[in-house]
Design a protein around this ligand. Structure first.
Ligand SMILES: [Zn+2]
Length: 252
């Protein structure tokens, strides 16, 4: 009974190696999940950027044959290093780590890696790693910055304020996925804008007051549910296309 359940839900770390051989023969797609451990306002848990893509990936494991890797719970959280509870990995270490993981996955015979990313600070590092890891052979990395690339229409429909760090979007999704990790009584808005990209280690708290960019006060679980359901559908479609050898390229 248990064995059958495992095979239906290919979470990489739960399989024995014979089970892995069987499950990996049924798919060309592996899903790599990248998160962060960083301050998210006073109302969201430090692991927010890991919790959300992990939730999505479990739904992917239920609905597709893609092999889901265990989430990487640390990322480049440079912007939030001054806030308590944040642990940040330096770009060079993160890129090398991603390269090793990607090369390891390709070595197992997968053709595609869907990098399901939960944190903005990781995006450029995933890209740097992918450029190196895909150099040889028929290897493809698709980077999905899920909060931006998935469920675009639904987000436009349900959100009343702009997306951001610990903003209405992230807070709504967390209220649906893990309400026990949300403290709405402590949610308040903060937005510091700039026409330019300001980089200054000693001004992190001025740039992101209380580790917030946006207005979480209008968040609710229904909005989060709508966003997530659409995000999961979008990702399932992407994986099904990849299994058919179709890249997500649109000619205008
Ligand atoms: Zn976040």
């Amino acid at each position: 009974m248990e064995e059958a359940a495992r095979c239906e839900m290919p979470l990489w770390y739960q399989l024995t190696y014979p089970q892995f051989i069987k499950a990996s023969q049924e798919t060309e797609v592996a899903v790599m999940i990248t998160g962060s451990l960083e301050a998210h306002g006073k109302h969201l848990a430090l692991g927010t950027d890991t919790v959300m893509p992990e939730y999505i990936s479990k739904a992917i494991a239920e609905r597709t044959k893609a092999m889901v890797l265990p989430p990487i719970p640390f990322g480049d959280s440079w912007s939030f290093e001054n806030f308590e509870g944040t642990i940040s990995v330096s770009p060079i270490n993160l890129i090398n780590f991603y390269i090793d993981i990607m090369k390891g996955v390709f070595k197992q015979g997968f053709r595609y890696i869907v990098a399901l990313n939960g944190h903005g600070g990781n995006s450029s590092h995933l890209e740097s790693a992918a450029k190196i890891a895909t150099k040889k052979g028929d290897r493809i990395v698709i980077i999905v910055n899920w909060w931006r690339d998935l469920a675009e229409e639904v987000r436009r429909e349900v959100l009343e304020t702009r997306e951001g760090h610990s903003a209405e979007d992230e807070t709504s999704v967390m209220m649906h996925v893990a309400p026990e990790l949300v403290d709405m009584a402590s949610a308040k808005p903060a937005i510091v804008r700039s026409q330019f990209r300001v980089v200054a280690a000693s001004y992190r708290e001025e740039i992101y007051p209380e580790a917030i960019y946006g207005d979480p006060t209008s968040a609710n679980a229904e909005k989060g549910k709508a966003i997530l359901n659409q995000a999961i559908d979008d990702l399932v479609r992407l994986i099904e296309d990849l299994e058919r050898g179709k890249l997500p390229l649109i000619e205008d």
